[in-house]
Write a protein that binds this ligand. Sequence first.
Ligand SMILES: Cc1cc2nc3c(=O)[nH]c(=O)nc-3n(C[C@H](O)[C@H](O)[C@H](O)COP(=O)(O)O)c2cc1C
Length: 183
Amino acid sequence: MDLAEAIKGRRSIRKYKPDSVPGETMRMLVEAVRWAPSWANTQCWEVVVVKDPKVKAELATALPKTNPALSSLTDAPVVLVLCGKKGISGFYKGQTATTKGDWLMFDTGIAIQNLCLTAYSLGLGTVVVGMFDHKKVEVILGVPQNVEVVAMTPLGYPAAEGGTPRRKEPSEFIFYEKYGGKE
Ligand SMILES: Cc1cc2nc3c(=O)[nH]c(=O)nc-3n(C[C@H](O)[C@H](O)[C@H](O)COP(=O)(O)O)c2cc1C
């Protein structure tokens, strides 16, 4: 699939078939994460692959009932939990190198987008889930103190297409020469 087509065509999928994901597909998704760019190539990401229905159901308890992705965590055959090792990305000799602090959110964000686009190109659905009780998920998965859970995504074959939320027009977010500058 053409990259531009993947970027434009990928949608958040919240309804899944129960069919399992082949091992070769899982390996391709791991490669997509593996080759993401990161701060000084620090690669702070870690991914927990959850297939056990009991653990998926536990993860779902960390989402507020209002989260539209709630049922997808138990319906999809796999849930991928993206974690970041703290104190590595954005650091130089143990000190933060910028005013932004830890860049783990940024690096894990790139990694999950690589994953979501690759999944889409292989006919699989994903939806980045960020609104949940992160501490609860860290306890459920036994995540150590030096690592934080950032986001999760269900993974599986779509049972329904996602809608296409409106995007801003380029003129609303592209500026020229100075902030706010028009072409
Ligand atoms: C950081 C982040 C957190 C998100 N959290 C949730 C979430 O908790 N629940 C959910 O249903 N969708 C979540 N989404 C999906 C967005 O709602 C979705 O990407 C957006 O509406 C655009 O739709 P599209 O992905 O189909 O283009 C999240 C997306 C991102 C990037």
